[in-house]
Design a protein around this ligand. Sequence first.
Ligand code: SAH
Ligand code: SF4
Ligand code: F3S
Length: 483
Amino acid sequence: MENLIRDLEVISAANEVTCEVKVSPENATGKSRKLYIESYGCQMNFSDSEIVASILAKEGFDTTSDVEKADLIFLNTCSIREKAEQTVRNRLNHVNGLKKKKPELLVGVLGCMAERLKSKLLEEEKIVDLIAGPDAYRDLPQLIAQVDDGAKAVNTFLSREETYADISPVRLNSNGVTAFISIMRGCDNMCSFCVVPFTRGRERSRDPHSIVDEAEALFAQGYREVTLLGQNVDSYKWSAEENNKARMEKMAVGATINFAQLLEMVANVSPDLRVRFSTSHPKDITDEVLHTMARYENICNYIHLPVQSGNSRILELMNRGYSREWYLDKIKSIREILGDDCGISSDMITGFCTETEEEHRETLTLMDEVEYDFSYMFFYSERPGTLAAKKFKDDIDLEVKKRRLQEIINKQNEHSLKRNQLDVGKTFKVLIEGNSKRSKAQMQGRNSANKVVVFEAPGRKKGEYVDVKITACTGGTLLGQIV
Ligand code: SAH
Ligand code: SF4
Ligand code: F3S
């Protein structure tokens, strides 16, 4: 069985893939039914699968990594590009074969595709029994009971409040060292190309105390890095209700918490707990966040700041809320406050509606000015219902979109190598995450700037910090020796 399918449309210079698939691990505790959950899309979706596993663990489900053993198959899906949805439909075809052999098998579609297509998906994909959108996971036990009684079940209500703050996630696919914490849900931006506001609903922030509690619990279990997740973390905002004011006063924070303050609260859990975050929006990231990062050694020196395009007219059509100049000013502030070693990465889209050759070249020249460490790069894929689909014609030929994509990939590869070469000779503090993917004799981890570092580490264990001097590199990896 394939447990990692690569979406070839999604390519990053650091050889990372955003549209990977994650499969639930084997966790046999003697419960009566087995859940197999396969997750697509972004890290937030993977985190949601951990909430789902937690909710169902209380309902008598163990997770399994073997789809053939499952009583319940969930696909937690992504709608971001057409290709992502096609991958899920192909997967459903495969599951169809399993269901023929095992008719009592229950098949559910969760996540963004469930939300986008709602009960229409039941008509289109006959084998699906259950549909649950991202805000409906507390209802899963009830929905499963409905299917057990012979009905189909659908819940795609979006909530203005749900943050699953009180649910402690069952960590799936965890290395025991790094974990993700969702700090908010939904998105209130309306980037014209993007389906997320429709599939995830309105933006809402999670109670900061539940976030700090989760970080403390992870640290106590041996985790040494948390990544705070949201579609736009810089707009995190939480106002205390009456019953929480006393606790917030005790923590010497005001009645309203912004993202910089939340970062600081999590950084204070322990100097040995690294803190990362994703995604920052160029229009919302503040100097206060940058200064907070500079003050705390354990807040990692790395920012994912998707630009999408280097041309101001296209950025306006995309409704991103900033221009090329504004973006480059942000980069300047980052370099001034956090230095040249700060890792910076991006997302880019080629061939957005009406993009001219010259406008595409502005993305290339912006890349030259910024020199990203790595990027996730895509060609534009029109999504039904989005502002762009309603207002603009998807008028750039696929061949042109792909050629432009290849040009930005080539550019990024040059920059990734160049940025890594600048690190040769430097010494970095690295958190060991486990054995290197290529060889058991070596271990790997990341430095503060989020670069993968591979080194020999006899007698060292994952979860330890080591100082590594960089001796060589490729475009995707730094190689070094412990000093
Ligand atoms: N909230 C994040 C992005 C989440 S989606 C942000 O604002 O940066 C991840 C990436 O997918 C986006 O940054 C964008 O580059 C890409 N993407 C989103 N919609 C797309 C579409 N319709 N076609 C191609 N790429 C898209
Ligand atoms: Fe989509 Fe824009 Fe929201 Fe990111 S900020 S999730 S690109 S609408
Ligand atoms: Fe995909 Fe939904 Fe994430 S559309 S990228 S899984 S928020």
